[in-house]
Design a protein around this ligand. Structure first.
Ligand code: E4P
Length: 219
């Protein structure tokens, strides 16, 4: 399973990269705004900076919501770097745009997916990645992980190559459960990824090993 980090924060992207587990980055307009990245030139140079850190795919989301504008914006984004993936919303014109970019050999990430039917459409249009938002479903008392399971089943039934990119991941057990269900990719905040490291028995065990070593060395 690939690990993407879901942030536009360069320091956090570097930290995940240096940990050696980073396979890519996803961003969205809210994450860019959170880092104070506004204005066309700043947004473009920020995407270039992200591509300079990771060796993996970088999802850059269009702001446009009509087909012609999405195509123009997506083409400009795709020209920035070979690893830019054009991120498009699950709306009618977004599906058309995914098909357009698929036919041109440009990678896409279909975002804001909340149902198996939407994921089926994204795969039919040839999306490289589909992003079901599991945390936001959990927030409204709907089982986000069930959606991952349903999409996995549907894609496997027909051999769709679209990669299931579990998004809106909130905590380490989301990541573990997505791995059990066969998600191809998770995108998560740095905190959810590093939380996978934690176990009190690891900390206690290491403290004991070091204490025993120090005691023996002092004899
Ligand atoms: C997906 O690519 C989105 O950027 C993201 O996962 C949304 O997560 P949130 O629900 O925590 O905002």
């Amino acid at each position: 399973m690939k690990f993407f980090i879901d942030t536009a924060n360069l320091a956090q992207i570097k930290e995940a990269h240096e940990l050696g587990v980073l396979d890519g980055v996803t961003t969205n307009p809210s994450l860019m705004a959170k880092e104070g990245i506004t204005g066309h030139e700043n947004i473009i140079s920020h995407y270039k900076a992200i591509c300079g850190i990771t060796d993996g795919d970088v999802s850059a989301e269009v702001i446009a919501t009509t087909f012609d504008e999405m195509v123009a914006e997506g083409e400009a984004l795709a020209k920035l770097h070979e690893r830019i993936v054009v991120k498009l919303p699950m709306i009618k014109d977004g599906v058309r745009a995914i098909k357009y970019f698929t036919d041109k050999g440009i990678k896409t990430n279909c975002t804001l997916v909340f149902s198996a039917g939407q994921a089926l459409l994204a795969a039919k249009a040839g999306a490289t990645y589909v992003s079901p938002f599991i945390g936001r479903l959990d927030d409204i008392s709907t089982d986000g992980l069930q959606l991952i399971e349903d999409i996995r089943l549907i894609y496997d039934n027909y051999g769709y190559k679209t990669q299931v990119l579990a998004a809106s991941v909130r905590h380490p057990m989301h990541i573990v459960n997505c791995a059990k269900l066969g998600a191809d990719v998770i995108t998560a905040p740095l905190g959810a990824i590093t939380a996978l490291l934690k176990h009190p028995l690891t900390d206690n065990g290491l403290a004991q090993f070091l204490a025993d070593h120090a005691k023996a060395a002092s004899k």
